[in-house]
Design a protein around this ligand. Structure first.
Ligand SMILES: [Ca+2]
Ligand SMILES: [Ca+2]
Ligand SMILES: [Ca+2]
Ligand SMILES: [Ca+2]
Length: 361
């Protein structure tokens, strides 16, 4: 049993008006700051080139990870930048945010997504291993989503991952086009969870299947908002392991956040591209045996060092001033120009911008 509170690490500072700066629409707004992790290898599950926000998408890639722990508002926000092919491939997301949990996935967790979580777990009857995480990563919660059909529809489920198995979980629902943002949105008010998909990215990594490639610059993909209370959050940084998986949660791609080493092709079921299928123990690889961390950590990063750089060119200047003046007044949904978080873009924000004029620190 380990404890995920790391007292020496400062949490990301968030403004009280964060909810006005972050909308679950599939885009990492400025409030997310820089990517925590950027993908470095080409996808083995198809380079996405279609460019439709909510329509069909022909590839799956995970280009970058963004996250915010909003302790004031009570939510974890995560953006997994990239694409999810509209063929019902899966995005599997594991969250380590509390003491205990599962370093080796069990097969007696809640039955969600056609028992897909437990399909990845160990087979205790026949003594076969399941999916195992890096040392020190003990998942407490699980979220999976998948997209397909006509029109393209997103589906998602969540589950607890308790040290001794059991727990609760269930289906979150299917997406509708959000009337405000146009995003593909699943809103589950009973649990407080929202999941959105923006599949418009055509940049990021290529389809070189393990070759050197960069996910830098992509800020659209799957965005989720999960109540910290639902996660059993106990404070400190939160670790996330996310990867693209096959239809039946039984054939892992090479798109992991944090990433796999250069040259890595799809892990499949055995870690080397082979397939087992069946139930459970469809995945039998140990991420602890693969170099590097196949997870990323939210919290403990420095806050955005240059929030006044609204156009991302590493300096605060005339273009940023223009953006701020153009947004003058009550804040819209994605209000990066509301630098003091009071819900308005106004004089105090202008003063902050002018005071930061010049190159970013
Ligand atoms: Ca967003
Ligand atoms: Ca844990
Ligand atoms: Ca791409
Ligand atoms: Ca590893």
């Amino acid at each position: 049993m380990k404890h995920c509170v790391i007292a020496s690490t400062a949490l990301l500072t968030v403004s009280p008006a964060l909810a006005q700066q972050v909308v679950v629409d599939g885009t990492a707004e400025a409030a997310y700051g820089n990517a925590i992790f950027e993908q470095a290898i080409g996808t083995g599950f198809g380079n996405a080139t279609d460019g439709f926000r909510g329509g069909p998408c022909n590839g799956s890639e995970l280009d970058g990870a963004f996250g915010i722990i909003d302790t004031a508002g009570g939510y974890l926000y995560v953006v997994l930048a990239g694409n999810l092919e509209t063929n019902f491939n899966k995005l599997d997301v594991f969250v380590d945010c509390a003491p205990g949990g599962q370093n080796a996935v069990r097969s007696d967790n809640p039955d969600v997504d056609f028992n897909g979580l437990n399909r990845m777990g160990a087979d205790t009857v026949n003594n076969l291993p399941g999916l195992k995480f890096d040392a020190g990563f003990e998942a407490d919660g699980y979220l999976t989503c998948t997209i397909g059909g006509t029109p393209s529809t997103l589906y998602a489920s969540v589950a607890q991952m308790l040290s001794a198995g059991g727990g609760t979980g269930g289906y979150l629902g299917s997406s509708v086009a959000d009337p405000t943002t146009g995003a593909t949105l699943i809103d589950n008010p009973a649990l407080g969870v929202q999941v959105s998909m923006d599949n418009s990215n055509v940049g990021g990594v290529d389809g070189s299947n393990g070759g050197a490639s960069s996910g830098a610059g992509v800020r659209t993909g799957i965005e989720m908002r999960i109540p910290l209370a639902l996660l059993g959050y106990t404070g400190g940084p939160i670790k996330v392991c996310a990867f693209i998986n096959g239809n039946g949660h039984d054939y892992a791609s090479n798109q992991f956040l944090g990433g796999l080493p250069l040259g890595s092709q799809n892990l499949g079921g055995d870690g080397a591209g082979g397939y087992f299928g069946g139930f459970p123990a469809a995945l039998r690889f140990d991420l602890g045996q693969i170099p590097g961390d196949q997870f990323f950590t939210i919290g403990g990063q420095a806050p955005n060092p240059c929030p006044t750089d609204l156009d991302g060119d590493q300096q605060t200047g005339g273009a940023d001033l223009g953006i701020l003046l153009g947004a003058w007044g009550a804040c819209g949904a994605t209000c990066a120009t509301d630098l003091d978080g009071d819900g308005f873009t106004g004089g105090s924000d202008l003063g902050t911008l002018l005071g930061a004029w010049g190159l970013c620190p």
